[in-house]
Design a protein around this ligand. Structure first.
Ligand SMILES: Nc1nc2c(ncn2[C@@H]2O[C@H](COP(=O)(O)OP(=O)(O)OP(=O)(O)O)[C@@H](O)[C@H]2O)c(=O)[nH]1
Length: 242
């Protein structure tokens, strides 16, 4: 028997009066890179708004979520903070590469080895069928440690260009510091800006997503991303230095 009031009917023509109530879209963003580059700190900074006092090596994967509003739409940004240490990754790898909307590659600007590892992380994505149609960004973290920089902005920019992704330099510890050691006016938070840029990008691409009702806890299934914007497009939504 049909209930009155709360039921949703689907008819031949989908007008605003027959569409289901708005649902919260979920964007699953995985954050990968070597151990110690600051993946946990970056995701914590974005979701909790602060730098964690102490962190331990991530085992498997940790989730952090934040509900944001973009152009009047509520969107849940789900950050998957993955383990950088090989021995803590094995069992979970298959799971976190499923239904990914975007990838954030992180290196530590004070650790050249973490930058040299990036091709291996990109290759791992490829092996898990994550193609270039999935938006990817590169983040150089710890740019508050100006005296210890080992990876220059120009080198990072070249690498990012070669892989058609935007690059950002930031600090989870002091997200308003610039790559050149100065501090932004207006106390701007670059970690915030980076993840919001990804969310805007995903929203504008209108991926086909099965999402959970507001307040629910279900998963997300990406049916088709169609998010590839090629080399030029990738550059158009990034900045080389924050
Ligand atoms: N100075 C400085 N230190 C940072 C920054 N981000 C992280 N750290 C420090 O770097 C260390 C590692 O940070 P994590 O966030 O745990 O690194 P991770 O990439 O998650 O490491 P795994 O979980 O092992 O993969 C910690 O001691 C942090 O306090 C930053 O922006 N600036």
């Amino acid at each position: 028997m049909a209930e009155s009031g709360s039921s949703v009917e689907f008819s031949g023509s989908l007008t605003s009066s027959t569409l289901p109530p708005p649902r919260t879209r979920i964007f699953k963003i995985i954050v990968i890179g070597d151990s110690g580059v600051g993946k946990t700190c970056l995701t914590y900074r974005f979701c909790a708004g602060k730098f964690p006092e102490k962190t331990e090596a991530t085992i498997g994967v940790d989730f952090r979520e934040r509900l944001v509003e973009i152009d009047g739409e509520k969107i849940k940004i789900q950050l998957w903070d993955t383990a950088g240490q090989e021995r803590f990754r094995k069992s979970m790898v298959q799971h976190y590469y499923r239904n990914v909307h975007a990838v954030v590659f992180v290196y530590d600007v004070t650790n050249a080895a973490s930058f040299r590892s990036l091709p291996a992380w990109i290759e791992e994505c490829k092996q898990h069928a994550l193609g270039t149609e999935v938006p990817r960004i590169l983040v150089g973290n710890k740019c508050d440690l100006q005296d210890s920089i080992q990876v220059g902005t120009d080198v990072a920019q070249q690498f990012a260009d070669a892989h058609s992704m935007p690059v950002f330099e930031t600090s989870a510890k002091n997200p308003s510091s610039h790559g050149d050691g100065s501090y932004g006016s207006g106390n701007s938070d670059h970690v915030e800006a980076i993840f919001m840029t990804v969310a805007h990008k995903l929203k504008s691409q209108k991926p086909l997503v099965l999402s959970q009702p507001s307040g629910g806890s279900g998963g997300t299934i990406s049916l088709s991303s169609g998010m590839n914007d090629g080399g030029d497009g990738a550059r158009s939504w990034g900045c080389s230095s924050c």
